[in-house]
Design a protein around this ligand. Structure first.
Ligand code: AHG
Ligand code: MN
Ligand code: MN
Length: 349
Protein backbone atom coordinates (compact mmCIF):
# COMPACT_ATOMS: atom_id res chain seq x y z
CA UNK A 1 0.00 0.00 0.00
CA UNK A 2 1.24 3.49 -0.86
CA UNK A 3 2.00 5.44 2.30
CA UNK A 4 0.77 8.98 2.86
CA UNK A 5 4.31 10.29 2.40
CA UNK A 6 4.81 8.28 -0.80
CA UNK A 7 1.49 9.63 -2.11
CA UNK A 8 2.72 13.16 -1.50
CA UNK A 9 5.85 12.40 -3.47
CA UNK A 10 4.33 10.72 -6.54
CA UNK A 11 6.49 11.03 -9.69
CA UNK A 12 5.82 14.23 -11.67
CA UNK A 13 5.88 12.45 -15.03
CA UNK A 14 7.94 12.65 -18.20
CA UNK A 15 9.13 16.12 -19.15
CA UNK A 16 9.27 17.22 -22.77
CA UNK A 17 13.06 17.46 -22.54
CA UNK A 18 13.41 13.88 -21.35
CA UNK A 19 10.94 12.64 -23.95
CA UNK A 20 12.82 14.39 -26.76
CA UNK A 21 16.14 13.03 -25.53
CA UNK A 22 14.77 9.49 -25.22
CA UNK A 23 13.32 9.56 -28.72
CA UNK A 24 16.15 11.33 -30.45
CA UNK A 25 17.42 8.05 -31.90
CA UNK A 26 14.26 7.67 -33.99
CA UNK A 27 14.98 10.83 -36.01
CA UNK A 28 16.61 10.22 -39.33
CA UNK A 29 20.31 11.18 -39.24
CA UNK A 30 19.83 12.19 -35.61
CA UNK A 31 22.49 14.60 -34.52
CA UNK A 32 20.70 16.37 -31.70
CA UNK A 33 19.95 19.48 -33.75
CA UNK A 34 16.25 18.75 -34.25
CA UNK A 35 15.96 17.92 -30.54
CA UNK A 36 17.49 21.27 -29.69
CA UNK A 37 15.18 23.03 -32.14
CA UNK A 38 12.12 21.43 -30.54
CA UNK A 39 13.35 22.63 -27.15
CA UNK A 40 13.76 26.16 -28.56
CA UNK A 41 10.18 26.04 -29.82
CA UNK A 42 8.99 24.90 -26.40
CA UNK A 43 10.85 27.82 -24.82
CA UNK A 44 9.18 30.25 -27.22
CA UNK A 45 5.86 28.61 -26.32
CA UNK A 46 6.47 29.19 -22.61
CA UNK A 47 7.26 32.85 -23.22
CA UNK A 48 4.21 33.39 -25.42
CA UNK A 49 2.10 31.53 -22.85
CA UNK A 50 3.23 34.09 -20.27
CA UNK A 51 2.29 36.97 -22.58
CA UNK A 52 -1.07 35.41 -23.43
CA UNK A 53 -1.89 34.91 -19.75
CA UNK A 54 -1.36 38.53 -18.87
CA UNK A 55 -3.19 39.82 -21.94
CA UNK A 56 -6.06 41.24 -19.88
CA UNK A 57 -3.82 42.75 -17.22
CA UNK A 58 -1.54 44.96 -19.20
CA UNK A 59 -2.32 47.03 -22.20
CA UNK A 60 -1.33 44.52 -24.85
CA UNK A 61 -4.71 43.54 -26.24
CA UNK A 62 -6.44 45.24 -29.12
CA UNK A 63 -5.41 46.16 -32.61
CA UNK A 64 -2.00 47.69 -33.07
CA UNK A 65 -3.23 49.75 -35.99
CA UNK A 66 -0.84 48.18 -38.48
CA UNK A 67 -1.50 45.55 -41.12
CA UNK A 68 0.38 42.40 -42.02
CA UNK A 69 1.23 41.20 -45.51
CA UNK A 70 -2.30 39.88 -46.08
CA UNK A 71 -3.76 43.30 -45.23
CA UNK A 72 -5.37 41.96 -42.05
CA UNK A 73 -5.31 43.87 -38.81
CA UNK A 74 -2.47 42.70 -36.64
CA UNK A 75 -3.19 42.34 -32.96
CA UNK A 76 -0.49 43.33 -30.54
CA UNK A 77 -0.10 39.75 -29.42
CA UNK A 78 0.38 38.69 -33.06
CA UNK A 79 3.38 40.97 -33.21
CA UNK A 80 4.68 40.03 -29.77
CA UNK A 81 4.41 36.31 -30.54
CA UNK A 82 6.18 36.89 -33.85
CA UNK A 83 9.07 38.72 -32.20
CA UNK A 84 9.36 36.18 -29.37
CA UNK A 85 9.35 33.21 -31.67
CA UNK A 86 11.87 34.63 -34.10
CA UNK A 87 14.16 35.60 -31.24
CA UNK A 88 14.01 32.14 -29.66
CA UNK A 89 14.81 30.50 -32.99
CA UNK A 90 17.64 32.95 -33.72
CA UNK A 91 19.22 32.45 -30.31
CA UNK A 92 18.75 28.69 -30.43
CA UNK A 93 21.04 28.49 -33.45
CA UNK A 94 19.44 25.49 -35.22
CA UNK A 95 17.43 27.48 -37.77
CA UNK A 96 18.89 29.39 -40.71
CA UNK A 97 15.70 31.04 -41.95
CA UNK A 98 12.05 31.56 -41.01
CA UNK A 99 8.80 32.25 -42.82
CA UNK A 100 6.10 33.77 -40.66
CA UNK A 101 2.53 34.82 -41.34
CA UNK A 102 3.41 38.28 -40.13
CA UNK A 103 6.21 39.04 -42.58
CA UNK A 104 6.30 39.11 -46.35
CA UNK A 105 9.77 37.74 -47.00
CA UNK A 106 12.23 35.22 -45.53
CA UNK A 107 13.72 36.19 -42.18
CA UNK A 108 17.38 35.26 -41.90
CA UNK A 109 18.55 34.33 -38.44
CA UNK A 110 22.23 34.88 -39.14
CA UNK A 111 22.89 31.17 -38.58
CA UNK A 112 23.69 30.18 -42.17
CA UNK A 113 25.36 26.98 -40.94
CA UNK A 114 22.12 25.73 -39.41
CA UNK A 115 20.32 22.75 -40.87
CA UNK A 116 16.64 23.70 -40.57
CA UNK A 117 14.10 26.20 -41.85
CA UNK A 118 10.81 26.84 -40.05
CA UNK A 119 7.42 28.17 -41.19
CA UNK A 120 5.25 29.61 -38.39
CA UNK A 121 1.89 31.07 -37.63
CA UNK A 122 3.00 32.77 -34.39
CA UNK A 123 -0.54 33.52 -33.20
CA UNK A 124 -3.42 31.57 -34.65
CA UNK A 125 -6.99 32.64 -33.94
CA UNK A 126 -6.08 36.25 -33.29
CA UNK A 127 -9.71 37.42 -33.41
CA UNK A 128 -10.12 35.48 -30.14
CA UNK A 129 -7.34 37.22 -28.19
CA UNK A 130 -9.48 40.00 -26.74
CA UNK A 131 -12.23 37.68 -25.59
CA UNK A 132 -10.27 35.04 -23.61
CA UNK A 133 -10.87 32.29 -26.13
CA UNK A 134 -8.23 29.69 -27.02
CA UNK A 135 -5.47 30.71 -29.43
CA UNK A 136 -2.32 28.96 -30.60
CA UNK A 137 1.02 28.87 -32.37
CA UNK A 138 1.67 26.56 -35.35
CA UNK A 139 5.06 25.42 -36.67
CA UNK A 140 6.40 23.35 -39.54
CA UNK A 141 10.05 22.31 -39.92
CA UNK A 142 12.11 21.30 -42.98
CA UNK A 143 15.69 20.24 -43.46
CA UNK A 144 17.11 22.80 -45.88
CA UNK A 145 17.91 21.64 -49.41
CA UNK A 146 20.53 24.33 -50.04
CA UNK A 147 24.04 23.66 -48.69
CA UNK A 148 24.78 24.60 -45.09
CA UNK A 149 26.90 27.70 -44.85
CA UNK A 150 25.01 29.44 -47.68
CA UNK A 151 21.94 31.66 -47.50
CA UNK A 152 18.66 29.77 -47.42
CA UNK A 153 16.40 30.32 -50.43
CA UNK A 154 12.78 29.96 -51.48
CA UNK A 155 13.44 26.31 -52.43
CA UNK A 156 14.11 25.47 -48.77
CA UNK A 157 10.56 26.48 -47.89
CA UNK A 158 8.74 25.29 -51.00
CA UNK A 159 9.61 21.60 -50.69
CA UNK A 160 6.05 20.34 -50.21
CA UNK A 161 4.19 19.01 -47.19
CA UNK A 162 5.61 15.49 -47.37
CA UNK A 163 9.10 16.84 -46.75
CA UNK A 164 8.27 18.23 -43.31
CA UNK A 165 10.54 16.66 -40.69
CA UNK A 166 8.42 17.89 -37.80
CA UNK A 167 5.28 19.92 -37.21
CA UNK A 168 3.16 20.90 -34.28
CA UNK A 169 1.29 23.52 -32.32
CA UNK A 170 1.03 25.10 -28.93
CA UNK A 171 -2.54 25.67 -27.80
CA UNK A 172 -3.10 28.33 -25.14
CA UNK A 173 -6.43 27.09 -23.82
CA UNK A 174 -7.87 26.04 -20.49
CA UNK A 175 -4.33 24.75 -20.11
CA UNK A 176 -1.38 25.18 -22.46
CA UNK A 177 -0.46 22.13 -24.48
CA UNK A 178 2.32 21.50 -26.98
CA UNK A 179 1.53 18.82 -29.56
CA UNK A 180 4.05 17.69 -32.15
CA UNK A 181 5.10 14.97 -34.52
CA UNK A 182 8.42 14.03 -36.08
CA UNK A 183 6.75 11.37 -38.22
CA UNK A 184 6.61 8.81 -35.39
CA UNK A 185 3.15 9.46 -34.01
CA UNK A 186 1.72 12.49 -32.26
CA UNK A 187 2.39 13.37 -28.62
CA UNK A 188 0.98 16.12 -26.41
CA UNK A 189 2.66 17.84 -23.44
CA UNK A 190 0.75 19.98 -20.96
CA UNK A 191 2.46 22.95 -19.37
CA UNK A 192 2.85 22.89 -15.61
CA UNK A 193 3.09 26.50 -14.56
CA UNK A 194 4.68 26.12 -11.15
CA UNK A 195 7.54 23.98 -12.50
CA UNK A 196 7.79 25.80 -15.81
CA UNK A 197 7.88 22.49 -17.69
CA UNK A 198 5.85 20.67 -20.31
CA UNK A 199 4.86 17.15 -19.19
CA UNK A 200 3.77 14.27 -21.39
CA UNK A 201 -0.01 14.20 -20.93
CA UNK A 202 -1.31 12.85 -24.26
CA UNK A 203 0.99 10.04 -25.45
CA UNK A 204 0.48 8.66 -28.96
CA UNK A 205 -2.65 10.63 -29.86
CA UNK A 206 -4.95 8.79 -32.26
CA UNK A 207 -8.02 10.29 -33.88
CA UNK A 208 -11.20 8.25 -33.46
CA UNK A 209 -12.20 6.45 -36.69
CA UNK A 210 -15.46 8.37 -36.84
CA UNK A 211 -16.98 11.37 -35.08
CA UNK A 212 -20.04 13.47 -34.38
CA UNK A 213 -18.62 16.99 -34.58
CA UNK A 214 -18.47 19.24 -37.63
CA UNK A 215 -16.63 22.58 -37.51
CA UNK A 216 -17.22 25.18 -40.17
CA UNK A 217 -18.08 28.86 -40.32
CA UNK A 218 -21.73 28.36 -41.25
CA UNK A 219 -22.13 32.09 -41.75
CA UNK A 220 -20.51 31.44 -45.13
CA UNK A 221 -23.00 28.68 -46.02
CA UNK A 222 -24.69 30.58 -48.85
CA UNK A 223 -21.31 31.12 -50.53
CA UNK A 224 -20.27 27.45 -50.42
CA UNK A 225 -20.46 25.30 -53.51
CA UNK A 226 -23.43 23.01 -53.79
CA UNK A 227 -21.51 19.84 -52.82
CA UNK A 228 -20.23 21.46 -49.59
CA UNK A 229 -23.72 22.67 -48.76
CA UNK A 230 -25.12 19.19 -49.28
CA UNK A 231 -22.45 17.69 -47.01
CA UNK A 232 -23.21 20.22 -44.25
CA UNK A 233 -26.93 19.56 -44.62
CA UNK A 234 -26.23 15.86 -44.17
CA UNK A 235 -24.38 16.65 -40.93
CA UNK A 236 -27.36 18.63 -39.69
CA UNK A 237 -29.75 15.87 -40.67
CA UNK A 238 -27.72 13.41 -38.60
CA UNK A 239 -27.98 15.82 -35.67
CA UNK A 240 -24.22 16.08 -35.40
CA UNK A 241 -22.80 18.76 -33.10
CA UNK A 242 -21.71 21.99 -34.74
CA UNK A 243 -18.62 23.33 -32.93
CA UNK A 244 -16.62 26.25 -34.29
CA UNK A 245 -14.20 28.22 -32.15
CA UNK A 246 -12.65 30.22 -34.96
CA UNK A 247 -9.11 29.26 -33.91
CA UNK A 248 -8.05 26.51 -36.27
CA UNK A 249 -5.72 25.01 -33.68
CA UNK A 250 -8.39 24.79 -31.02
CA UNK A 251 -10.95 23.32 -33.42
CA UNK A 252 -8.39 20.87 -34.77
CA UNK A 253 -7.22 19.79 -31.31
CA UNK A 254 -10.74 19.10 -30.07
CA UNK A 255 -11.68 17.19 -33.20
CA UNK A 256 -8.50 15.09 -33.12
CA UNK A 257 -9.23 14.03 -29.54
CA UNK A 258 -13.00 13.64 -29.77
CA UNK A 259 -13.62 12.76 -33.42
CA UNK A 260 -14.75 15.42 -35.84
CA UNK A 261 -14.23 17.20 -39.12
CA UNK A 262 -13.00 20.76 -39.72
CA UNK A 263 -13.87 22.47 -42.99
CA UNK A 264 -12.57 25.66 -44.56
CA UNK A 265 -14.05 25.28 -48.04
CA UNK A 266 -13.47 27.39 -51.14
CA UNK A 267 -16.06 29.91 -52.31
CA UNK A 268 -16.37 31.63 -55.71
CA UNK A 269 -14.82 34.80 -54.28
CA UNK A 270 -12.09 32.85 -52.38
CA UNK A 271 -11.36 29.84 -54.59
CA UNK A 272 -8.40 28.84 -52.39
CA UNK A 273 -10.27 29.20 -49.10
CA UNK A 274 -8.67 31.23 -46.34
CA UNK A 275 -6.06 29.18 -44.53
CA UNK A 276 -2.39 29.29 -45.46
CA UNK A 277 -0.75 26.24 -46.91
CA UNK A 278 2.74 26.47 -45.43
CA UNK A 279 2.05 27.28 -41.81
CA UNK A 280 -1.56 26.16 -41.29
CA UNK A 281 -2.63 23.42 -43.73
CA UNK A 282 0.65 21.46 -44.11
CA UNK A 283 1.41 21.12 -40.38
CA UNK A 284 -2.24 20.21 -39.63
CA UNK A 285 -2.15 17.61 -42.39
CA UNK A 286 1.11 16.07 -41.14
CA UNK A 287 -0.28 15.83 -37.60
CA UNK A 288 -3.60 14.49 -38.87
CA UNK A 289 -1.95 11.78 -40.91
CA UNK A 290 0.26 10.77 -37.97
CA UNK A 291 -2.82 10.57 -35.74
CA UNK A 292 -4.68 8.38 -38.24
CA UNK A 293 -6.91 11.22 -39.47
CA UNK A 294 -6.95 12.72 -42.99
CA UNK A 295 -6.58 16.16 -44.56
CA UNK A 296 -7.69 16.89 -48.11
CA UNK A 297 -8.93 19.61 -50.43
CA UNK A 298 -11.32 18.96 -53.32
CA UNK A 299 -8.50 17.61 -55.48
CA UNK A 300 -5.91 15.79 -53.38
CA UNK A 301 -4.31 15.12 -50.04
CA UNK A 302 -3.16 18.40 -48.54
CA UNK A 303 0.37 17.01 -48.20
CA UNK A 304 0.47 16.57 -52.00
CA UNK A 305 -0.53 20.13 -52.85
CA UNK A 306 2.29 21.90 -54.72
CA UNK A 307 3.60 24.95 -52.92
CA UNK A 308 4.17 28.01 -55.07
CA UNK A 309 4.49 30.92 -52.69
CA UNK A 310 5.08 31.51 -48.98
CA UNK A 311 1.65 32.85 -48.12
CA UNK A 312 -0.57 30.92 -50.51
CA UNK A 313 -3.97 29.84 -49.29
CA UNK A 314 -5.59 26.46 -49.65
CA UNK A 315 -9.00 25.05 -48.83
CA UNK A 316 -8.94 22.24 -46.28
CA UNK A 317 -11.11 19.45 -44.91
CA UNK A 318 -9.47 17.62 -42.03
CA UNK A 319 -10.86 15.01 -39.71
CA UNK A 320 -11.60 11.44 -38.72
CA UNK A 321 -10.97 9.02 -41.60
CA UNK A 322 -14.57 7.82 -41.95
CA UNK A 323 -15.89 11.39 -42.00
CA UNK A 324 -13.47 12.36 -44.75
CA UNK A 325 -14.45 9.22 -46.68
CA UNK A 326 -18.08 10.26 -46.51
CA UNK A 327 -17.25 13.81 -47.59
CA UNK A 328 -15.42 12.38 -50.60
CA UNK A 329 -18.69 10.82 -51.77
CA UNK A 330 -20.08 14.35 -52.05
CA UNK A 331 -16.96 15.35 -54.03
CA UNK A 332 -17.64 12.43 -56.41
CA UNK A 333 -21.19 13.69 -56.90
CA UNK A 334 -19.66 17.03 -57.80
CA UNK A 335 -17.37 15.34 -60.33
CA UNK A 336 -20.41 13.70 -61.99
CA UNK A 337 -22.16 17.05 -62.04
CA UNK A 338 -19.18 18.71 -63.71
CA UNK A 339 -18.95 15.89 -66.30
CA UNK A 340 -22.67 16.24 -67.01
CA UNK A 341 -22.22 19.97 -67.46
CA UNK A 342 -19.32 19.42 -69.83
CA UNK A 343 -21.42 16.96 -71.90
CA UNK A 344 -24.29 19.38 -71.92
CA UNK A 345 -22.01 22.12 -73.21
CA UNK A 346 -20.78 19.76 -75.91
CA UNK A 347 -24.31 18.96 -77.11
CA UNK A 348 -25.06 22.68 -77.12
CA UNK A 349 -22.10 23.36 -79.49
P1 AHG B 1 -4.99 33.82 -37.91
O1 AHG B 1 -5.49 34.33 -36.61
O2 AHG B 1 -3.62 33.22 -37.82
O3 AHG B 1 -5.10 34.84 -39.04
O4 AHG B 1 -5.89 32.57 -38.36
C1 AHG B 1 -7.28 32.67 -38.31
C2 AHG B 1 -7.85 31.50 -39.07
C3 AHG B 1 -8.05 30.24 -38.26
O5 AHG B 1 -7.43 30.17 -37.04
C4 AHG B 1 -9.53 30.16 -38.08
O6 AHG B 1 -9.97 28.84 -38.05
C5 AHG B 1 -10.06 30.92 -39.23
O7 AHG B 1 -9.12 31.88 -39.55
C6 AHG B 1 -11.37 31.57 -38.93
O8 AHG B 1 -11.82 32.20 -40.05
P2 AHG B 1 -13.30 32.75 -40.18
O9 AHG B 1 -13.43 33.88 -39.24
O10 AHG B 1 -13.42 33.17 -41.62
O11 AHG B 1 -14.23 31.60 -39.87
MN1 MN C 1 -3.76 31.18 -38.31
MN1 MN D 1 -1.82 34.13 -37.12
Amino acid sequence: MTSKVEKMALPVGVTLDRFIKKNQGSFQFASGELSQLLRDIALAGKIINREVNKAGLVDITGALGTSNVQGENQQKLDVIADIRFIRALKNGGEVCAIITEEEDEIIYTGNDDAKYVVAIDPLDGSSNIDVNVSIGTIFSIYTRVTPRGTRATKEDFLQGGRKQVAAGYILYGSSTILVYTTGHGVNGFTYENSLGEFFLSHPNIKSPEDGKIYSVNEGNFDDFYDYTQRYIMSCRKKRMSGRYIGSLIADFHRNMLKGGIYLYPPTPSHPQGKLRLLYECYPMAFLAEQAGAKAIDCESDILDVTPISFHQRNSIYVGAPKMIQELELFFKERAKYIIKEARFEKIED
